[in-house]
Structure formats: C-alpha cells, structure tokens
Design a protein around this ligand. Structure first.
Ligand code: NI
Length: 173
C-alpha cells in the first residue's frame, strides 16, 4: 500500500451476516481499471483498521471475484478471479473468525495446502502455493466469492450454536 492510498476517503463498509450480498455467487472481474485499484486500496485500509487478515469484495457489498489478504508475517496479497486449482488431501483444523460475523470464532477443517491461480491488478495471471495459516485464509476468502461463510463449514449443531451466539452479541451491541 503506498502513500496515496492513505489519502483515499473511506466509503466502503463491511457488511455482516444477514446481508444478501454475502450469499451471492460473485461475478468475475472483467475491467481492470482505476476504480478497481482504488477499491482494493480501500479494502486494504479497511482490513488493517478492523485488524483482519483477509477481506473479500462481497464483504464490502461488491459482488465481484476478488479478495485481499495479509497474514501475520506475510506481505499484502491480492487475488482477482481466483481459482483453487489443487488442494492437499491432508486437512487441518484451525480457528477462524470473520469480519462479517464479528465476535465469534470456530475451528474449521480445511485442506492443509493449496495451489491457486489468479490475476493481478493488471489482469496478469499468476500461480501461487500456500500452506497452513495462509492457505486457510485464502480458502476462507475464496468461499466468500461463492456465498459461503466459515460457519457453513461446521456441522449443523455447531453452526446453529455459533450463529445464535453471534445474534445475541449483535443485539447487545
Ligand atoms: Ni470472512
């Protein structure tokens, strides 16, 4: 993120559970323009502000296929029109939360390692491999592009428990 990005007036807001956009299958990005770049810069700012490690476009009300990540000890990363092209058979459980369900966390089982193909800000295709925490973040964000939330990866009882906890929390806010 460069200096100019910090001057952008914030107008994106994170949408939370209950907003329909979180349940839509997002459309591909077809135009790689200044507006896309500005939006992405704002998403990085918003993600830092909310202390998130990933943020997908539907979470700011934009039903398009892109997301940003910045895991601890990793650099900021951008994935446009991502495709998960390989996942390891080995899976691992790890704790996840989501800026669209603030205040609740749960252990989610996901592949340990992935290979992903995506486009950069100029539309150039690249390939990337990740494992562990970063793979988890990428898979979580990629789910957002398909209308899925981490709670959908839990068994039914656990999902209901987490959602009712979240609802109680949001009523008391
Ligand atoms: Ni999320």
């Amino acid at each position: 993120m460069d200096k100019t990005a910090e001057k952008i007036i914030m107008n994106l807001q994170i949408v939370t559970l209950g907003n329909e956009v979180l349940r839509e299958k997002a459309l591909s990005v077809e135009v790689f323009d200044k507006e896309l770049e500005d939006t992405i810069n704002e998403m990085f700012i918003l993600m830092h502000e909310k202390k998130g490690v990933g943020l997908a476009a539907p979470q700011v009300g934009i039903s398009r296929r892109f997301f940003v990540t910045e895991a601890m000890d990793d650099k900021p990363r951008l994935f446009i029109n991502p495709e998960i092209i390989e996942t390891s058979q080995e899976t691992v459980k790890g704790e996840e939360g989501c800026l669209s369900l603030p205040g609740v966390w749960a252990n989610v089982e996901r592949p340990l390692a992935i290979k992903i193909q995506a486009q950069d800000l100029k539309g150039k295709v690249f390939h990337f491999s990740a494992e562990g925490w970063l793979a988890r973040i990428i898979l979580h964000e990629n789910d957002h592009l398909n209308g899925l939330l981490f709670v959908d990866r839990l068994d039914k009882g656990q999902k209901n428990r987490i959602i009712s906890k979240y609802e109680k929390l949001s009523q008391s806010r």
